[in-house]
Design a protein around this ligand. Structure first.
Ligand code: 4AD
Length: 455
């Protein structure tokens, strides 16, 4: 058998092939189709070649036999080469599994682009178990893997779900600026940039801008990148992340918590109901249980007691006391032990931001909330906001911030103030919880963190 003598030609007597994406092909048993994609897996037993084709919409098992399997063109195929295959969709035999329950019996195919073999082969570039930093250099290739691409599909469904809930709850979407001249969450994590000779920053949070939208548009939200020059390498901090933020007017702290609970429960419910994302969550996180309301509500002062009782120490290795920041490790231990979503509320003024409203019954603490999820910890931070100019100016003073750049934000208190509050959700954090990922880096397309700004 000489491979070189075999030419691959299309049999023109066959019915015309319908051009489809892989997910559509599953329903076309008995029909002749044309599908294009990347060779995800390749296996041959001399007489028959099996290809798993990938096109981003699904995976399709394809079978080449006879001359098609023997031709030199087929012998030369490599993983990640692109091909256009023509053939009939058939049901896989009883007891055999394949994506969509079907396979493509190929009658003709064309090579679109041959990927390298040998040292340059795809499998050498993204070898399993390779150093994570090498894999991050090859992020453009690792994205093609089953796990990362599944997380990105769940991410897509989650962002669609969150927008659906906001629509149902009557919030309007706005697009806030990324280049700003104000800080929101502390000067130490600001990315500075030279803006035509003036100092500017990459935004840490769109909150202040959202607050200015309330009188114009009512309740609002945005899905915008936020930037934090985090010095520490942790599994839940990125330098750039997708921040889902909302701001609501004329509501109480309890109403804010109720709204947040509805948002989280319904958006997760919609993801799980999604025909693509639902099964992917099951695959990534088989033990995932959809959260049910009402969420546990735990005041900061009671969390401190809980930490002391459970012998969990603060950053200095001492027992926790009122006023301590509950840092990542302790927070995670507490959340994992309790094992359910927790609204941790009423943090002391000193450990929170300048804009947070004090509680009327205890001015040492604020109407603030972190939503904590098992395995990840904090996924959301929010609060009610200070309503009067004087109190806001005192907040700036306490934090050592020059208020002059904030004139437009202060004006909100001058031209018709109102009780209002909002929150920010870290998209990659909620996904890490939903998809059971060890780090938020796995939930970002091209993660940025200290030391990594490429590709
Ligand atoms: O708690 P944070 O800092 O709150 C704010 O920025 C408020 N201004 C939001 C608001 O009220 N509109 O951040 C909110 C959330 C956190 O709970 C976390 O999920 C995420 O943003 N986050 C990060 N995610 C990844 N990497 C980082 N470096 C993050 N910093 C915060």
């Amino acid at each position: 058998l000489s491979n070189l003598n075999i030419t691959i030609e299309q049999d023109t007597s066959l019915p015309p092939a319908k051009k489809v994406k892989i997910d559509q092909s599953y329903k076309l048993v008995g029909e002749r189709v044309k599908v294009s994609g990347w060779i995800h897996r390749l296996r041959s037993n001399k007489k028959v070649v099996f290809i798993v084709l990938r096109d981003g919409k699904g995976y399709l098992q394809c079978v080449l036999s006879g001359n098609l399997a023997l031709a030199q063109q087929t012998v030369d195929l490599t993983i990640e080469s692109t091909v256009t295959l023509y053939g009939s969709i058939v049901k896989v035999p009883e007891g055999k599994a394949a994506p969509g329950g079907v396979e493509l019996v190929v009658d003709y195919y064309e090579v679109v682009g041959l990927a390298p073999s040998g040292d340059e082969a795809f499998t050498n570039k993204v070898a399993e178990g390779a150093d994570p930093s090498l894999l991050l250099d090859q992020r453009h290739l690792t994205l093609r893997g089953e796990t990362l691409s599944a997380v990105m599909k769940v991410r897509h469904a989650f962002l669609a779900a969150i927008r659906r809930v906001y629509r149902e709850e009557g919030l309007t979407e706005v697009t806030t600026p990324c280049m700003v001249q104000t800080q929101v969450e502390g000067g130490s994590t600001l990315f500075k940039l030279d803006y035509y000779g003036e100092e500017a920053y990459l935004t840490q949070s769109s909150q202040l801008y959202l607050e200015t939208c309330l009188p114009a548009l009512g309740d609002v939200y945005c899905v915008q990148e936020s930037f934090r020059a985090e010095k520490s390498h942790t599994r839940r901090h990125l330098s750039e992340y997708t921040h889902i933020e909302a701001e609501l007017a004329f509501l109480s702290f309890d109403e804010l918590l109720d709204h947040l609970e509805t948002l989280v429960i319904n958006s997760i419910k919609y993801v799980l109901e999604d025909p693509v994302a639902g099964p992917l969550v099951k695959q990534l996180n088989p033990d995932f249980v959809a959260p049910k309301g009402p969420f546990m509500r735990l005041e900061y002062k009671d969390a401190i007691k809980w930490l002391v009782e459970h012998d969990i120490k603060n950053e200095e290795g001492e027992p926790f006391k009122f006023g301590d920041d509950i840092a990542e490790a302790a927070e995670r231990k507490m959340t994992d032990t309790i094992g359910v979503p927790i609204f941790l509320t009423k943090f002391p003024v000193e450990i929170k931001s300048f804009y947070m409203k004090r509680c009327t019954d205890d001015p040492r603490v604020t109407e603030s909330v972190d939503l904590l999820m098992p395995t990840v910890g904090e996924i959301t931070g929010g609060s009610m906001r200070i309503e009067t100019t004087d109190e806001l100016l005192a907040g700036f003073k306490r934090e050592g911030i020059d208020p002059s750049a904030y004139y437009w934000f202060i004006d909100q208190r001058k031209y018709g103030t109102c009780p209002h509050g909002g929150y920010g959700i870290g998209t990659e954090r909620i996904l890490a919880w939903l998809c059971n990922r060890f780090t938020v880096r796995e939930c970002s397309l091209y993660p940025r963190f200290s030391g990594r700004c490429k590709p």
